[in-house]
Write a protein that binds this ligand. Structure first.
Ligand code: NDP
Length: 240
């Protein structure tokens, strides 16, 4: 039977590439998104993958949304925590709101989603959870204290849950991308982007599909012995 996969923030960017890769791998896929109805509608029209709107930062909305997806597709086997935002500012200018927005989406959102699928995965003795962290959660980044803290937190969360899930057949892993050519990165000024590219040893931005292929491996039945790990996909920019 086809595995059921949920990809948060699956309507655009890296998440859309992940959703398509899992669909190509034979999964029944649901993609969630936060608010951009137009992008979600275009994605569904292109792929046939149904999209669901709620904020991952809202625990009750996650409970209700996941119940809806399970009613539509069946029990969830695979969760990809991909939804993420940035609210950059040097620390002396960072507002509490910028801090909380990023932590709520990138870290608490991962708790909210994972907590709502964990019980079912434990009962069925199978689960695959992959969270998309970032190179900047590994090395830190100027003006991203909030983002780096959230993404480093995702790695600690993953290493802990990997230990709790192992006996229940649940693997929990991270993919930490470097700079990928999505809206998030293309939104930075061209001059800044050129300077970013000059720091990437392979000499280019990554493609969303390159991250999606890492996720497809980690969520496959073949990856049952891989848990608690972080796949670093950053063109050689940073080694852990
Ligand atoms: P995009 O901005 O292109 O897409 C973000 C997706 O997340 C959208 O589908 C968006 O929905 C959704 N989303 C945002 N906030 C929420 C929320 N509160 N609840 C539910 N969904 C939400 O991002 P990328 O594809 O660039 O990034 C994807 C992930 O990869 C993020 O976690 C990011 O931090 C990480 N990453 C990205 C890198 C890059 O270079 N692009 C590098 C390293 C990590 P909507 O369209 O409705 O807004």
């Amino acid at each position: 039977m086809a595995r059921v996969a949920v990809v948060t923030g699956g309507s655009r960017g890296i998440g859309a590439a992940i959703a398509k890769a899992l669909q190509a791998a034979g999964c029944e896929v649901a993609a969630t998104y936060g608010g951009n109805d137009e992008a979600a509608a275009a994605f569904t029209a292109e792929t046939g993958i149904k999209t669901y709107k709620w904020s991952v930062g809202d625990y009750e909305a996650c409970t209700a949304g996941i119940a809806q997806i399970e009613a539509d597709l069946g029990p969830i086997d695979i969760l990809v925590n991909n939804a993420g935002i940035t609210r950059d500012a040097p620390f002396h200018k960072m507002t509490p709101q910028q801090w909380h927005d990023v932590i709520d989406t990138n870290l608490t959102g991962v708790f909210n989603m994972t907590h709502n699928v964990w019980g079912g995965m434990r009962e069925r003795k199978f689960g695959r959870i992959v969270t998309i962290s970032s190179i900047n959660g590994q090395k830190g980044q100027f003006a991203q204290a909030n983002y780096a803290a959230s993404k480093a937190g995702d790695i600690g969360f993953t290493k802990s849950l990997a230990q709790e899930g192992a006996r229940a057949g649940i693997t929990v892993n991270v993919v930490a991308p470097g700079y990928i050519a999505t809206d998030m990165v293309m939104a930075v000024p061209e001059k800044v982007r050129d300077s970013i590219i000059s720091q990437i040893p392979v000499g280019r931005l990554g493609e969303a599909e390159e991250i999606a292929r890492c996720v497809a491996f980690l969520t496959s039945d073949d990856a049952g012995f891989v848990t608690g790990s972080t796949i670093t996909a950053n063109g050689g920019q940073y080694f852990t």
